[in-house]
Design a protein around this ligand. Structure first.
Ligand SMILES: NC(=O)c1ccc[n+]([C@@H]2O[C@H](COP(=O)([O-])OP(=O)(O)OC[C@H]3O[C@@H](n4cnc5c(N)ncnc54)[C@H](OP(=O)(O)O)[C@@H]3O)[C@@H](O)[C@H]2O)c1
Length: 292
């Protein structure tokens, strides 16, 4: 890509700040203006990127080629009103990074000159800088106006994104799916660590056991898919072991409840896999019902 786009950012936090830093490394953009909620945060974002001018009025973000909205999801439905205060913004493309909203949340900003889009990078940004190599392969789910998507596609491809433009998407279900994978897996890691610590492992050992196990599962899932990756007592039809777990967990009601919910879903998967016989299925199902 030869063109270096002039990028303004409203909400240069963890996600937008990381992407802008990666594009700067690739020479794909020049960062023009940045506006965060507080002036101190805006100055920190400018310092971190080493480029751009801190502004405290939305209209000072323009003119620009691209406006990246990295603000909190809940602000998006009202951002058009704020941006349109002084007339149509002088920018070719406005896009946001939210997974729960589609591009149409920005519909009021659409003009002949200004096109809208939404691009959700399916990865977790903690705020720490990441290398372009680590971003490579990140699925970026894009919706919006064709002209905007053509420009953004080129920009995201400079980072090695796995660019996807689904024809139709239930946005809320899509985002719930990403929360299962990206967010609730963290909750699962926390449940695993708590249980291992209650069992007597020191915290650092519990962290290593949980991390290794989950890393192995993620590798298996990528290589072999869900059903082939399923292991453990339910997959083996071992009701006695599941019973031992549930008895031990009764002293910890929250862990017990979470285990029971996950065990039910795991039994459903094991049945789908088709290797359990009918008596093993009914023994485990009865056991889970008794503990409900
Ligand atoms: N983080 C992720 O892992 C991730 C992954 C994919 C997509 N996303 C999406 O990226 C977007 C941003 O998420 P994030 O995690 O990067 O959030 P974040 O780190 O909390 O950053 C939000 C930014 O918005 C600014 N902001 C908030 N209210 C504002 C206002 N009224 N006016 C101007 N700026 C305002 C904040 O400024 P202050 O610092 O001054 O408060 C901050 O710079 C969301 O749509 C999210 O769904 C995030």
């Amino acid at each position: 890509m030869s063109e270096r786009h002039r990028l303004s950012i409203l909400g240069c936090g963890r996600a937008a700040g990381t992407l802008a830093g990666l594009w700067l490394q690739q020479g794909a953009v020049s960062v023009h203006r940045i506006c965060n909620r507080t002036p101190a945060s805006t100055r920190r974002a400018v310092d971190r990127l080493g480029q751009g001018v801190a502004v405290d009025r939305l209209q000072a973000l323009f003119p620009a080629d691209i406006l990246l909205l990295g603000i909190t999801d809940s602000l998006l439905p009202e951002i058009d009103r704020l941006l349109l205060n002084d007339g149509p913004p002088a920018v070719k493309v406005v896009f946001h990074l939210s997974g729960v909203h589609d591009a149409e949340v920005l519909a009021a900003l659409r003009t002949e000159e200004c096109r809208i889009a939404a691009v959700h990078p399916a990865r977790s940004f903690s705020g720490a800088a990441i290398s372009p190599q680590r971003f490579t392969g990140t699925p970026c789910i894009a919706r919006g106006d064709q002209q905007a998507l053509a420009l953004l596609r080129d920009l995201f491809l400079t980072l090695g994104a796995d660019w996807q433009q689904p024809d139709a998407l239930d946005q809320r279900l899509y985002h719930a799916g990403t929360v299962f994978a990206g967010n609730y897996s963290t909750t699962l890691a926390s449940l695993a660590r708590s249980t291992l610590i209650e069992a007597g492992l020191p915290a650092d050992s519990a962290a290593r056991v949980q991390t290794r196990l989950m890393r192995g599962v993620v590798d298996n899932l990528a290589e072999h898919g869900v059903l082939s990756s399923l292991t453990g007592p339910i997959d083996r039809g071992d009701a006695t072991t599941v019973e031992a777990h549930l008895d031990a967990l009764q002293a910890f009601p929250e862990l017990h409840r979470a285990y029971l919910d996950l065990a039910r879903e795991t039994l459903r998967l094991a049945v789908e896999k088709g290797r359990l016989n009918a008596s093993a299925i009914s023994r485990i199902a009865d056991l889970l019902a008794q503990h409900d």
